[in-house]
Each structure stands twice: as C-alpha cells, then as structure tokens.
Design a protein around this ligand. Structure first.
Ligand code: NG1
Ligand code: MG
Length: 526
C-alpha cells in the first residue's frame, strides 16, 4: 500500500535519489538553489522540497473517469528552497524563481467573514504563482479554519527542470512542491500520508480551473525509483510499483517536446474540460443504453459503468484486473451497436450530438442533467462526440492493463528472454502506437506536430511512440533501445524541423531519455 506511507524526509542527498551517482549529478544544482536562496533572502533555507514531473506511458484521458493509468515519475523535477519568513504579516508568501522570466511575487491569504480563505487565483491566464497559491489553499483549509489560527509566512525560491506546458506535468510538480512547502514551514507534515498529499494536491490543482484527474499528483508523490506506477482510483486511490522489463536489449523512454505549448488553462473550455464533460456524459448515456442502474443524481464514472455492467459488487470487492480487462474487451466490441450517436453528417462522418440530443440519450430530466453535468464545468461546443470518446476510453483502459501484464510477465524471475530477443519491447511498442492512433483519431487530443513527431520517431527506430499527458502540444514518449538512443536523437534532430540547428544543452532540453525516478520528498538542511 504505497499510498499509506509517510512523505520521506531526508538529510542526505543520496537518500533523495536512492543512488549515489544520481545524487552526485544533482549536487551542483542543489547547492546552487541553496546559495541563491541565501543571496536573495539573507539566510539559509531550512529545507529543499523536491517534486518530479511524470511521463505517462499508457492511459491518457481516462484517469478522471476513474480508470487505472500507467505513468512513471521522471528525473526532471521542481525544487523549492524554503524558510519560515521573518514577518509579522501572517501567512505572507514571497515566491521567487531562479528563471527570471517568472517574476517575484508576494501575496498573503485573506480570511473572509466566514473564515474562508481567498488567494485570488487568476483563471484566465497561465501564471506561475497560481500553482504556488493552489498548493497553499489546501493547507489553509485543512489546518487554518479557526479564527485565531494563522499560518507562518514563507520565503521560497523555485527552480524547475520540467518544461512548462509540455505534458510532463510541471504544474503538478509545482503544486506538490508548494503544498509540501506550506506543510513543512507550519510543522504540519506529521501524520500526512502520500495518499493524503495526493488528495490535497488534486483539490488544489483543480482550483486553477481544470477538472483534472489524479494521475500527475499520484505519480509525483508516490513513484519509486526504477519502476513505473500502476495507479488506480476506484474504489479509492491505490498505486502499485511495476518494474519495467529488464530484457536484453535494454530500453529507455525518450521524451520529445513538440515545442507546441499546450496551455491547458486558457483552452480548458474547448479542450481538456470538454473531454472531461464528454466522457462523463458518455458514461451516463452508455449506462442508460446498457440498462446499468445509476442514481438519478449520480455522476457515474466510466469505470463504475463497466464494473456494474460486468456484475461488480462494489460493496464486496472491485473486479480483479483480469476480469476488468475481460469486461473492457467485451464492451469495447459491443459499443458499435450502442446508441451514442444521433445523426451522421452528409458524408457519413459522425457529427456528434447536440446538447438536447445528449439529454434525451441520457434518460435524465433536463434539470437533473444540467445539475449533475453542467453545474461544475464550463465548456464550449455545439456538438459533442460521445461515441468516439467512449471508444477511446474503453480501449485505452484495456491497453493499460495489457501494458501492465506484459511488464509483470517480463519481470518475473526466471522469465528472462534470450539476448537480442526484443519481442517484449515490440509488444509494448505496438500498444503505444495503438494508443497514439486512438488519441489522435478518437480522443482528438493530438495535433499535427505531435503526429509528425510520432511518425518520425517510428522512422528513427522507436519500438512505439505516443503523445503523453493531456496533449494538444507538449511531448511524445518513445520506447527506444538504450544503445541506440544517440542515433535516435540525432535522426530526430535532423528530421523534426523545429529541432534543426539545436545542439548540446539546447537539444537535451527538448529531447531526452529518462528513467523512472523516486517521488516527492523533503530534504532537511542540518
Ligand atoms: P497534463 O499532461 O499534466 O496536462 C492532464 C491531467 C491528468 C490527465 C492527463 C491526460 C492535470 C493536472 N493533469 O495532464 O490528470 O487527465 O491530462 O491523461 O490536469
Ligand atoms: Mg499539468
């Protein structure tokens, strides 16, 4: 039960990375943030908080409908050097960033007449301090509800190596690091489990205006070095480290940034939140068409619909992964015959359903529908694609279980493959390719640059390649044989036009191999 363990607090850098070599590679960067903090604030920080980004290997746009996902934390991370502020102003935050394009911010929370806190997060634009503020909210609401309880002020300095807007979850890394920072500076870390922190950070990130699932926060908090994480959200949060296959040839995951910045907050109404809405409604319509029972005002997830359809008794036990996989397979085959589409366009192409049609297909009254599905999310569209999204979700959820099975099988002791046998990598690669196709055609969260990167990665020898994370820009992840990484990167540099002319550090920032890293931790300076 990885989610039940406490947040690790370390006093030696090599424990942070559970590896002396990795620690020594990181030492300069850590010393730099400690010294820079001292220069700016005139004293040493008391702690450095680390929270990693993540790469999702399989399972996109399914976490918020409670299906399991298969990401891994990456080595790129956010560091926050912190100390209690010397201020009489309760809860005052001074936030600086080593990267000068993110300017210095100071703010303090205000307590309303009902003792509720306000921090004034700007939801109309992407601002770096919004994520720091988001992290603060959860701590204020959990620990500072009473009139006379006031939090300490904090000075913090941030540095990050996760590229922003790249689908590698820099936002969750900042929210996890800032939530931890506020807990630490107020002595509230005792008794907080990794699962508690995930829940707090999920609520926190939603304050920025995105109806996100819990994949990013879970990976940033719970990950183990050298393993991917199979994260489930139903019936409650759980995470199982799954070793990636150590076969000959060894393989690594290479992240490649399309350099199209995916601004999830600004486009939330037509992209991310719209998918969240379509998939929520698709689950409801599917339940109605299948005769699966759902409470009148229940916001049922696709995971629950599949479970109930397969005869899952939630009170007793959730479906075993192999039974869930079987149910997904059956339902995936059946979905073409289910009415999720009202009308086809002239050329036979699906045009989607209007709001009115959707309400009718759901079997709900208009008032209930609006109340359950439209009161908590703001979206913009005239037609909604329930069929395509449902088809994506069911197949993608199945692929997660299949990916997990292949990894488990390959890492079984005694199940070593012959040198040069790359059949496992081929199987994983095929699933990645299928996932990208589904993201591109059914979930429609890709873009031409990502599709091009995926094609080029395949041409350059990747076993498989796919968009990772929310999409509409950001990164792809490709499975590449370790010994071939330099050649792979060189081919990509030559073939992807935005990479032309990039070398050394600049190139390493946009395309880089990564291995699973450990989750968030607190480093206490002694
Ligand atoms: P990114 O790639 O960080 O924008 C988002 C969501 C995830 C998940 C993926 C798509 C947040 C914080 N994260 O990730 O929960 O839904 O998209 O699989 O919004
Ligand atoms: Mg994000």
């Amino acid at each position: 039960m990885a989610a039940a363990s406490p947040i690790p607090v370390y006093t030696a850098l090599q424990d942070v990375f559970s590896d002396a070599d990795k620690a020594s590679q990181q030492r300069t960067r850590w010393n730099h943030i400690i010294e820079a903090f001292e220069d700016r604030y005139g004293r040493k920080p008391t702690h450095v908080i680390r929270a990693p980004g993540r790469v999702n290997l399989m399972g996109d746009h399914i976490d918020y409908t409670l299906f399991g996902v298969f990401p891994a934390a990456i080595e790129s991370d956010v560091l926050m050097a912190i100390a209690k502020a010397d201020t009489s102003d309760p809860g005052r935050v001074t936030a600086e960033n080593i990267d000068s394009k993110y300017t210095r911010q100071t703010f303090a929370p205000e307590k309303g007449h009902l003792h509720e806190w306000t921090l004034d997060i700007d939801k109309t634009q992407l601002r770096w301090e919004s994520y720091v503020k988001a992290g603060y909210y959860g701590v204020l609401e959990r620990f500072y509800k009473n009139e006379n309880d006031l939090p300490n002020g904090i000075d913090l300095l941030v540095t990050g190596s996760v590229p922003a807007g790249s689908g590698l979850s820099s936002s969750a890394a900042v929210v996890v690091a800032s939530t931890l920072s506020f807990l630490v500076v107020n002595d509230k870390l005792d008794g907080i489990t990794k699962g508690d922190l995930v829940k707090m950070t999920m609520d926190n990130e939603r304050r920025v205006g995105v109806n996100s699932g819990g994949m990013d926060q879970s990976s940033s908090v719970i990950s183990h070095a050298d393993a991917a994480l199979y994260i489930t959200f139903f019936p409650s949060l759980d995470a199982e480290p799954i070793p990636l296959p150590i076969t000959a040839p060894r393989s690594v995951f290479v992240c490649a940034n399309s350099l199209v910045v995916s601004d999830k907050v600004v486009h939330a109404r037509t992209r991310y939140n719209l998918r969240f809405f379509e998939i929520s409604v698709a689950a409801r319509v599917l339940a109605h068409q299948l005769g699966v029972s759902v409470g009148a005002k229940e916001r049922v997830s696709m995971r629950e619909v599949v479970g109930r359809w397969a005869g899952e008794n939630v009170a007793e036990k959730e479906l075993e992964p192999h039974l869930l996989k079987k149910a997904l397979e059956e339902l995936g085959g059946k979905i073409d015959g289910i009415k999720l589409v009202e009308s086809d366009g002239e050329d036979g192409a699906e045009v989607g359903v209007t709001l009115e049609e959707m309400i009718r297909l759901s079997g709900m009254t208009e008032d209930d529908f609006r109340d359950v599905y439209m009161s908590n999310v703001d979206v913009e569209a005239t037609h909604f694609q329930l069929y395509k999204r449902a088809k994506h979700v069911l197949a993608e959820a199945w692929r997660v279980l299949e990916f997990r099975d292949i990894c488990l099988r390959a890492s079984n002791v005694g199940n070593t493959t012959a040198p040069g046998d790359d059949s496992t990598l081929k199987e994983l690669g095929t699933l990645m390719d299928e996932s990208h196709k589904s993201c591109s055609e059914l979930c429609e969260n890709s873009c031409s640059e990502l599709d091009l990167l995926v094609r080029l990665a395949k041409d350059a020898g990747a076993y498989g390649s796919r968009v990772t994370g929310a999409g509409w820009g950001g990164c792809t992840v490709s499975l590449v044989e370790e010994g071939r990484v330099p050649e792979f990167i060189d081919k990509m540099r030559k073939s992807y036009p935005p990479y032309h002319g990039l070398h050394g550090e600049e190139l390493a920032e946009v395309i880089f191999p990564t291995k699973p890293s450990s989750g968030a931790s607190v480093f206490k300076l002694t």
